[in-house]
Design a protein around this ligand. Structure first.
Ligand code: G4P
Length: 534
């Protein structure tokens, strides 16, 4: 069963074996460590510690990265591809900090499943809960890894109850921990009736695995101390009585999450989790689009941009658009239509992200993430297709919750500032509004830390010191309506009006009262807090 790559044998084999997912967790739960072990078992790196080591080397290059490191957050998301058994895994990294919810939201539009990592001592933490809610909006299947079982951790039933209660999802144990903290010896694999024993002496050693013929098998006593064994039998009996059994369909529908217990740093439980992602995780799913849904097995290639990262290498000023392929078999050099501009684009230098390295992508399939270097043509939400003009939907832009005025330290450099701001706006790092009256720009973000990140990046990447100042406005709404109705609103409220970086009309608000007033006085226009990325 484990090597069956797909629940949908009708899909082309290359698509059926793909699993595209993200890891969601609270900072410090072990996402980086788990990612590293995934890559290790996926053969993408030779030695544990390499991801971190490469990360450190990259980070020391700049203050901004230093800030990222100091804060313990990962500001830039990336994608990693690797093979595991019959599967091709595409792991899309989510930014870890709550300040980056919009970026995270968009990242989660590019995956078919999520792995939720929780710390066995801490349970469901705030950031996990928030990210989980985002996954739920899309009914993403979720597989859970309860990490750090080598440390003192909470009672297993407690952890499961907490997930069920806080997240309102059925939890079914895929493995069961034996002992806690110092006494933790390993797990009983409930799916395959196996005993997995953790080796504390060698962190990179894969657990010793012993076939067991049910809980009464005398072999158990040879490996598990008597006291722990009694407890294990009792707990599993109780678990089988009280907890739901694994229902793969329910997992795929996002109503049930299987939970594995382990210790990422000790390489323990990771392979079982990877097997689980392969077996219970979904293959590439249909993509919502207009005028019709896109199916992964369609022969014509299509994909959409969910992230743009500028200045990945400050020496080259390149921009990479991260594209999730929604259908077909992509080959390097292919000509695709850029649906927004209706122009053809030859994709000559697509990259695949293998561990921390980039590599030219000669080919890719639905489900894969490729990076397309470009000079700014590709924006978040854009669709590329080989066939008819389709537009992927559901990639929103949210109204910022914090606004500040930004000025260049040197007033003569305001053109440079505009250029830098536009670039960050296209990257999705901030909203930029140009008020219709007065000079300067208003920058809108979802979390306060983004101002700091932006300030550092503008200084670092453009050599331009900037100042952020408080703005009288607190939020922004996109204005929709007939041209005359919108003009009427604009002309009578110039001091509130601005254009966003796409030239769309925006109403800047101070209080909810402003919004209510517009609703009353201008019934022919609507103000909205989200905008579909075009
Ligand atoms: P994050 O990306 O989710 O923020 O977490 P990360 O992997 O960086 O792990 C956070 C800390 O938890 C790290 O310790 C890491 O070594 C530790 N850790 C991860 N998995 C396990 C585990 O299974 N057991 C135990 N006991 N610890 C684990 P650190 O001291 O912050 O960093 P480092 O000095 O070890 O790199």
């Amino acid at each position: 069963m484990l090597d069956t790559p797909s629940n949908r044998p009708d899909l082309p084999a290359e698509i059926a074996r793909r699993r595209t997912f993200a890891i969601i967790s609270h900072p410090d739960a072990g996402k980086t460590t788990l990612t590293e072990k995934f890559l290790l078992y996926g053969g993408a790196i030779q030695m544990a510690g390499q991801v971190r080591a490469k990360g450190e080397a990259r980070r020391t290059r700049s203050d901004f990265m230093q800030m990222e490191k100091d804060r313990g957050i990962s500001v830039s998301a990336s994608a990693m591809s690797f093979d595991f058994k019959a599967f091709r895994f595409n792991l899309v990294d989510t930014p870890g900090h709550s300040d980056f919810s919009e970026d995270t939201y968009r990242t989660l539009t590019a995956v078919d499943a999520a792995v939720m990592v929780i710390d066995g001592a801490k349970g469901v933490e705030s950031q996990t809960q928030k990210l989980f809610e985002v996954c739920r909006l899309r009914d993403l299947p979720i597989l859970t890894f309860c990490n750090k079982m080598d440390r003192e951790s909470r009672d297993t039933f407690d952890i499961i109850d907490e997930i069920q209660e806080h997240l309102a999802i059925d939890v079914t144990p895929a493995s069961w921990p034996i002992g806690v903290g110092r006494d933790f010896v390993g797990c009983y694999d409930l799916i395959r009736d196996r005993l997995e024993l953790m080796d504390r002496a060698d962190r990179n050693k894969v657990a010793e695995s012993i076939e067991i013929n049910g809980l009464d098998d005398p072999k158990l006593a040879q490996h598990v101390p008597a006291q722990l064994l009694t407890k294990l039998r009792e707990e599993i009996e109780m678990a089988r009585e009280l907890l739901p059994t694994l229902n793969p369909q329910s997992v795929l529908e996002g109503h049930m999450t299987p939970i594995w217990f382990g210790s990422a740093i000790n390489s323990f439980g990771v392979k079982e989790l990877m097997d689980g992602i392969g077996t219970y995780g979904p293959e590439p799913q249909p993509q919502k689009a207009t005028p019709r849904e896109i199916l992964p097995e369609e022969t014509k290639v299509s994909g959409f941009v969910f992230k743009v990262q500028a200045n990945m290498d400050p020496k080259h000023r390149d921009r990479v658009a991260f594209v999730r392929l929604a259908s077909g078999h992509f080959n390097r050099g292919m000509k695709l239509t850029h649906v927004r501009s209706k122009k053809p684009m030859s994709i000559t230098n697509p990259v695949l992200f293998l561990a921390a390295d980039r590599e030219l992508a000669e080919e890719a399939w639905a489900g894969d993430i490729i990076g397309i270097p470009n000079h700014g043509q590709l924006r978040i939400g854009d669709t590329l297709t080989e066939g008819e003009a389709l537009k992927v939907t559901g990639i929103p832009s949210f109204a910022p919750e914090l606004l500040q005025t930004v000025r260049a330290g040197d007033p003569l450099k305001s053109k440079h500032l505009e250029k830098a701001l536009m670039q960050f706006a296209e990257e999705g790092a901030a909203k930029v509004f140009k008020p219709m009256i007065g000079s300067g720009f208003i920058v809108g973000v979802v979390g306060a830390l983004q101002f700091e990140v932006l300030g550092s990046r503008i200084e670092l990447e453009y050599g331009l010191p900037v100042r952020f100042e408080p703005s009288q406005f607190t939020s922004a709404r996109w204005v929709h309506g007939d041209k005359p109705a919108v003009e009427k609103l604009v002309n009578a409220n110039k001091q509130h009006m601005a254009e966003d970086n796409d030239g769309d009309v925006v109403y800047l608000t101070r209080l909810q009262w402003d919004i209510d007033r517009i609703g009353r006085d201008y019934p022919d226009v609507t103000l909205s807090a989200t905008k579909e990325m075009m």
